[in-house]
Design a protein around this ligand. Structure first.
Ligand code: FE2
Length: 503
């Protein structure tokens, strides 16, 4: 049971916050005796999501989500103590807290878990707020959350793909992410191994990224406090090359991405394109999944959002996404055109267009969008998929046959897209910090088993300044107005790469 003395606990909590490190990633602390109660109350403790608010204008909105078995109790969320982003000065704001939305989730309606969500609106930019989740009017969880930065504020983000595989590397990268004190985190696909199942999220994702304290050996209190953005990878869709759809018969709790994440729904709709994650195998479970996902399926596969002076376009690079389709290309063009008001334009998806590793070098279909990225002045394209770190020179790509095919390249049966690559080798990110074309990053060292360096063919190093394959690592970018400082950090905190871009 929860403590019978909430006031005493609140005092303890406030004391705990006051004595915490200046950067506090959240608490959820109710003393040791309550820990087991928390465990009983939640299937997964509360975590922060962007929700559908893609384009924050003069204020931010966020969603708090949690998973529990108990649907009958009365749940609510309270917001208090909004401070500036250093946690010092109180900020006045009239936030609004929406009703609690409930979804049945899991493998089937016979024994569902419940996903609860609450939208918090009118949050000031550049601030930290405290939220409490209450069950039957008793506080059962508390944490701090960071709102989005305003356009003029410096920001930093961390990015790593191919992560939740229950390895030591996953935990070490989670810890390095925590130490980097990011404003937000981007996960470019293969979020949860091996199949993106709900049961795998409970085993490998939440226990590492939403702990009560931080440790390199267990996990960190990250997602309760820091906005985290998920991207679909091939391991997130229970992909099986023998079956042309995600099969609910063999994986009844598949595609958890669509019911655990709450992200903008401003991508192309299913009626506009055929590029939606195909599902099948069991009509009843299919129907249960669709109800659990609601309008997030299939819309949440592609979306965009702004954070401070950065614009992000998130794409689904899985096999069913046809990026040669004029409607899909138009979505990318229109989105990036609108993003011209942002200082920085980033695109992220899972499958890298330019990779040198033996395992995925031939999966080049995302090269079909390279011409758009160049024309729309995308700064960096972030991918994962290859379990290593790779950086290209700034490059442009002219697909073979594009001139007679409405500007679109052709994907060969083996996955390659032939064409001509031109490098801007004058850019070194130190003395010359003005790239003439997009830079392509693979940051796929988030925790899954690493690819050995012997699998990197020597002749392909022509794309690259440097290649690091031997360690788990993450990307950290610090942006201050028109300056970007990029670092690749290893699981033990060492700097593997660094470059700067100036505008
Ligand atoms: Fe992958």
């Amino acid at each position: 049971m929860l403590s019978k003395k909430p006031d005493t606990n609140l005092k303890r909590l406030v004391t705990s916050i006051a004595t915490a490190l200046s950067f506090c990633m959240g608490t959820g602390v109710y003393g040791q005796s309550e820990k087991s109660s928390e465990k009983d109350i939640f299937v997964a403790k509360p975590y922060l999501q962007m929700g559908t608010s893609a384009q924050a204008s003069n204020h931010d909105s966020q969603e708090i989500l949690w998973l529990a078995k108990d649907k009958k109790s009365s749940w609510s969320v309270e917001v208090s103590q909004i401070k500036d982003n250093k946690g010092n000065k109180a900020v006045k704001a009239k936030t609004t807290t929406g009703p609690i939305a409930v979804r049945e989730i899991g493998a089937s309606k016979d024994s569902p878990d419940y996903s609860f969500s609450c939208k918090i609106d009118n949050l000031p930019f550049d601030s930290i707020y405290k939220y409490r989740v209450l069950k039957d009017s008793k506080p059962v969880f508390e944490a701090e959350a960071h709102t989005r930065k305003s356009f003029d504020s410096p920001l930093n983000f961390v990015l790593f793909g191919d992560l939740a595989a229950k390895t030591d590397g996953q935990k070490k990268i989670a810890y390095q992410c925590y130490l980097a004190k990011p404003d937000f985190v981007v996960l470019p696909g293969d979020i949860v191994y091996n199949r993106g199942l709900y049961s795998e999220y409970l085993d490998k994702f939440f226990p590492v990224y939403n702990t009560d304290s931080a440790s390199a050996n267990s996990g960190v209190p990250l997602i309760r406090s820091i906005l985290t953005i998920g991207v679909l990878g091939n391991h997130d869709i229970a992909y099986d090359p023998r079956i042309p759809y995600t099969d609910f018969k063999s994986n009844p709790d598949a595609l958890a991405y669509y019911f655990l994440w709450s992200q903008p729904l401003n991508g192309p709709t299913k009626t506009e394109t055929n590029s939606a994650t195909p599902i099948g195998g069991d009509a009843e479970r299919e129907s249960f999944f669709k109800k659990a996902a609601g309008d997030r399926y299939p819309a949440m596969g592609n979306f965009s959002f702004n954070y401070g002076n950065t614009h992000w376009l998130v794409l689904d690079g899985n096999y069913y996404s046809n990026w040669a389709d004029p409607k899909m290309r138009k979505f990318v063009i229109d989105d990036l055109e609108k993003a011209k008001t942002s200082t920085w334009r980033f695109v992220t998806f899972h499958q890298p267009p330019f990779s040198i590793d033996k395992h995925h070098a031939d999966e080049q279909h995302m090269r079909l969008l390279a011409d758009i990225f160049e024309k729309e002045k995308v700064d960096i394209v972030f991918a994962g998929h290859a379990h290593d770190y790779q950086r290209t020179y700034p490059l442009t790509f002219v697909a073979k046959g594009a001139s007679t095919n409405n500007g679109v390249g052709v994907v060969n049966p083996n996955g390659t897209v032939e064409g001509e690559i031109s490098f801007d080798k004058t850019f070194d990110g130190k003395t010359n910090t003005h790239p003439h074309a997009p830079i392509y990053i693979v940051s796929g060292g988030g925790g899954a088993a690493l690819y050995p360096i012997k699998d990197l063919p020597a002749e392909s190093v022509k794309y690259m300044d440097k290649v690091y394959a031997a360690k788990h690592s993450l990307t950290k970018c610090v942006i201050n107005d028109k300056k970007l400082v990029f670092q690749q950090i290893s699981e033990d905190g060492a700097e593997l790469d660094k470059f700067e871009i100036d505008k």
